[in-house]
Design a protein around this ligand. Structure first.
Ligand SMILES: Nc1nc2c(c(=O)[nH]1)N[C@H]1C(S)=C(S)[C@@H](COP(=O)(O)OP(=O)(O)OC[C@H]3O[C@@H](n4cnc5c(N)ncnc54)[C@H](O)[C@@H]3O)O[C@H]1N2
Ligand code: MOO
Length: 406
């Protein structure tokens, strides 16, 4: 069977994906969610000319060095002065308070002396000094945040200042995760001689949550059809947007996933791709549910999730950027020529502080079962099919796992 190129596989995974509906959430719960529509300022900020300092509101023309002004009142934040500043007059003012009518500058208090109800200006000011003009920050109607962006703490600051108590975000994609295999036990359980801890579920659940999804953990199904079919039915009845299966994707006698999914009505998108690690990746649709059948090997399952599950989640969320950022780096060591499978090599950074260039040193060994090597890696070096042997200093493209927070 021929192997589907990675780019073609990715195009199929993100094709015909319907963006999830919008829901309104309190602004306190909006961090990390994907914005569903444009956020516009509901007010102007500041809505008045505001003092930037504690001092005296004056007419700049009266406030020359040594001038003495009559103090006629006070303007504090939240309690403005209603009157008007006339010739040779000043109003005591505090940071954030409205500048009274008539005044056009604020003298900071360190540059003044008080004498009862008079203030002596020790150092004069220019027109407009220490005043934040009305609308300096934003004006009502300004479009501020764009749909498809992920809401961060600074976005929340702006949206709150614009007077939004709630924000429209995409519903969280629900991802059912099913581990399969008679050899698997949960972390903390007694591990028999021929058993292995089901670590992949937890890695993939963490990725899903980091990408703004909600996890439905279907646990571990044994390698038999009744167990697999019951789990697939549960994913459907719980209305999962995506079912991720782990293991049983290859060609062995106990690799039953594809048959089980097909029996439940899956339309196969593809099976087997030209990628290392991750060759037996499976993709399909079962009703409205997207299916990703990940290979069981721990590195394969995580790399396939980074390459395919993350873009699928981001597409469901209507994110403006659906792929992981790629960047250039250079090889720190030679690396052999590649075969027909696009390779995602686990590598470490060697940062050259002087030049700012990122060098990458592939880790060894590259076996797809090695969780410890995956954990030590800073990045994945992308080796296109049939890439020639690389020499130290040759440029390559990487996915920065560290920067992505993975
Ligand atoms: N004759 C062939 N054999 C294999 C091929 C092939 O093309 N022809 N492909 C190999 C490749 S590449 C991969 S990748 C694996 C994937 O196999 P499966 O998806 O069927 O995975 P399993 O056999 O179920 O498991 C493989 C390995 O991973 C461990 N595993 C499974 N689930 C978990 C989990 N949740 N957490 C941690 N570890 C897990 C499992 O115990 C096995 O050790 O097939 C090759 N074979
Ligand atoms: O694709 Mo498998 O993931 O090479 O081990």
């Amino acid at each position: 069977m021929s192997l589907l190129p990675v780019a073609d596989a990715l195009a199929k995974v993100v094709a015909n994906v319907t963006t999830l509906p919008a829901v309104n959430v309190p602004i306190q719960l909006a961090r990390g969610r994907t914005l569903a529509s444009t956020i516009t300022a509901l007010r102007t900020q500041p809505n008045f000319h505001a003092s930037a300092m504690d001092g005296y509101a004056v007419r700049a023309e009266d406030a020359s060095d040594g001038a003495t002004l009559d103090l006629i009142g006070e303007s504090a934040a939240g309690h403005g002065y209603a009157g008007r500043v006339g010739e040779k007059q000043a109003v005591r003012i505090f940071t954030g308070a409205p500048v009274p009518d008539g005044a056009d500058a604020v003298v900071i208090q360190e540059n003044t002396r008080r004498d009862g109800n008079r203030v002596i200006i020790e150092s004069g000011v220019q027109h407009g000094a220490n005043i934040r003009g009305r609308g300096l920050d934003f004006a009502e109607g300004t479009e501020a945040l764009s749909p498809g962006s992920v809401i961060g703490p600074r976005d929340i600051a702006l949206a709150a200042a614009m007077n939004h108590p709630r924000l429209p975000v995409r519903r969280k994609p629900k991802v059912a995760i099913l581990a399969t295999g008679d050899e698997l036990v949960l972390p903390g359980q007694a591990v028999g001689q021929d058993q292995i801890v089901a670590s992949n579920t937890f890695a993939i659940a963490a990725l899903v949550e980091a990408e703004g999804g909600e996890v439905l953990d279907l646990g571990i199904a044994s390698d038999d059809f009744p167990a697999l079919e019951a789990a697939i039915k549960r994913a459907r009845s719980e209305k999962a947007d995506i079912l991720v299966t782990i293991g049983g994707a290859s060609v062995g006698d106990h690799d039953l996933i594809q048959t089980a999914l097909t029996r439940e009505g899956m339309t196969l998108g593809f099976w087997k791709i030209a990628m290392r690690p991750g060759k037996p990746l499976l993709h399909g649709r079962l009703g409205g549910m997207h299916i990703l059948g990940l290979p069981g090997n721990p590195v394969s399952s995580v790399v396939c999730s980074v390459l395919f599950l993350v873009p699928l989640l981001r597409t469901l969320l209507g994110r403006s950027e659906t792929g992981l950022a790629r960047r250039k780096a250079v090889f720190a060591a030679p690396w052999p020529a590649n075969d027909l499978r696009e390779d995602y090599i686990r590598a470490r950074f060697i940062l050259d502080d002087a030049s700012g260039i990122i060098k990458v040193a592939p880790l060894a060994p590259q076996d797809s079962s090695l969780v410890s090597v995956l954990q030590r890696a800073d990045c994945l070096v992308i080796r296109p099919p049939f890439a020639p042997e690389a020499k130290p200093g040759d440029v390559c493209e990487i996915i920065d796992l560290r920067a992505a927070g993975y």
